[in-house]
Design a protein around this ligand. Structure first.
Ligand SMILES: NC(=O)C1=CN([C@@H]2O[C@H](COP(=O)(O)OP(=O)(O)OC[C@H]3O[C@@H](n4cnc5c(N)ncnc54)[C@H](O)[C@@H]3O)[C@@H](O)[C@H]2O)C=CC1
Ligand SMILES: O=C(O)C(=O)Cc1ccc(O)cc1
Length: 363
């Protein structure tokens, strides 16, 4: 039996646990520093057993996943390295920043265990074990940061285990990781929080701001609802990179203010044109707890029974619809009805069927 210890089964640790639990030959132990949380892990069926003893959690484990906020990772790594570990045990983390942890663990004597840094590039603004999902990492990238001296067999064993997440494993240097993730994740989280707080202050004197805030505002600010402790730790750990990126963001804002001041319509259009083109070129990988992986949008005539008719047409063709949603704000989406599927195959079949039936569908 392969034992996997999940240290902190919150959103990410809990989702990993759900990927592993129930797979043949795998046994998942959850650790929490609070008894109440350990009990909840078991009640929710996320782990096979749970404990508040770090020593019990890691004893005999073949894999240990550190899934606590970034600020606690180094301390947990150090404490675990002092406990009796199974020979060849692979210790890994899921922290959103990689250089600090790599540096902290480089001084640790692992006594036969191997540390390999990791970061699943999927998640959401939710936190806690209740938000965990077995499909969170499907199709997402999962960064590993092996070092030159990392034993190949340990890396292979970890990679094989992570196959259960259905994520795509990529290897990266910790500093390159922090630079890129700083720009595509950390800076946007900070901007989202700042933007919401700016509007929150306006709303203190006029609550029409909140009343009218819709589509675009909600879209760009969803991540402002992210966990305060998790994000405090990420931003503090990556502060040097994020501070430089913030400076460059300030320069970008100055450029935008300048073209606006000059009423340079051409330059404003160009900014949206270039941004739109780059954004459309991004790989479409919406997935996880919030969005289904494969979606299409359609405009449907507003008459009774139309939604039932569409669901029936798909059902008759044995196409599995995983979700169907009426979009209230047209600013959010290119159609009023969002259809979600679990597989590309189902989506392709649905697109073909709906088009044959004469509906306008966009994916
Ligand atoms: N939220 C996200 O979307 C993503 C987060 N990550 C990383 O995953 C790690 C965990 O984040 P989430 O699962 O989102 O957070 P979470 O809040 O859902 O889970 C955090 C876990 O750490 C435990 N914890 C919190 N404070 C603790 C303390 N003082 N002592 C011991 N344990 C404590 C909690 O009990 C919980 O099990 C972080 O390092 C984060 O950077 C990585 C990818 C995505
Ligand atoms: O919710 C979102 O869109 C995210 O950005 C989730 C996320 C948060 C932290 C990470 O380190 C990776 C992914």
């Amino acid at each position: 039996m392969t034992k996997i210890a999940i240290i902190g089964a919150g959103l990410i640790g809990g989702s990993l646990a759900l990927c592993f639990k129930g797979q043949p030959g795998l046994f998942v132990t959850g650790y929490s520093y609070r008894q109440e949380s350990a009990d909840k892990y078991v009640q929710l069926g996320v782990v096979d057993e749970a404990t508040t003893s770090l020593e019990d959690a890691v004893r005999g484990a073949n894999f240990i996943f550190l899934c606590v906020p970034v600020g606690l990772l180094a301390d947990y790594a150090r404490r675990i390295s002092l406990l009796p570990l199974a020979p060849g045990c692979v210790v890994t983390d899921v922290g959103s920043t990689k250089s600090g942890v790599a540096e902290a663990v480089s001084g640790i004597d692992w006594q036969g265990a191997v540390f390999i840094g990791g970061h699943p590039m999927a998640g959401s603004e939710r936190a806690g074990v209740e938000a965990a999902s077995a499909i969170l990492f499907e199709n997402a990238y999962y960064v590993l940061t092996p070092e030159a001296g990392t034993p190949t067999d340990a890396l292979e064993r970890l990679t094989e285990l992570l196959g259960h997440t259905r994520a795509k494993i990529v290897h990266m240097d910790p500093s390159e990781h922090d630079e890129i993730v700083g720009a595509i994740s950390h800076l946007p989280h900070l901007i989202a929080a700042g933007l919401v707080n700016q509007v929150r202050r306006y709303n203190e004197s006029n609550d029409a701001y909140a009343m009218l805030a819709a589509g675009g505002f909600r879209d760009i600010t969803r991540i402002a609802s992210s966990d305060p402790v998790v994000w405090r730790d990420i931003l503090l750990a990556n502060r040097e990179i994020v501070l430089r990126l913030l400076g460059e963001w300030g320069a970008e804002l100055d450029r935008l203010a300048d073209i606006l001041r000059k009423q340079d319509g051409e330059a404003i259009s160009d900014a949206f044109r270039a941004a739109g083109a780059f954004r459309s070129s991004l790989p479409e990988r919406r997935k996880g707890v919030l969005q289904s992986i494969y979606e299409c949008y359609m405009d449907v005539p507003d008459h009774p029974g139309i939604i039932g008719k569409i669901a029936t047409e798909l059902g008759n063709r044995r196409i599995n619809l995983s979700n169907l949603q009426i979009i209230e704000s047209r600013m959010d989406a290119p159609g009023v009805l969002r259809l979600s599927f679990r597989t590309q195959g189902d989506l392709d079949q649905a697109l073909e069927a709906l088009e044959q039936l004469g509906y306008a569908v966009k994916s």
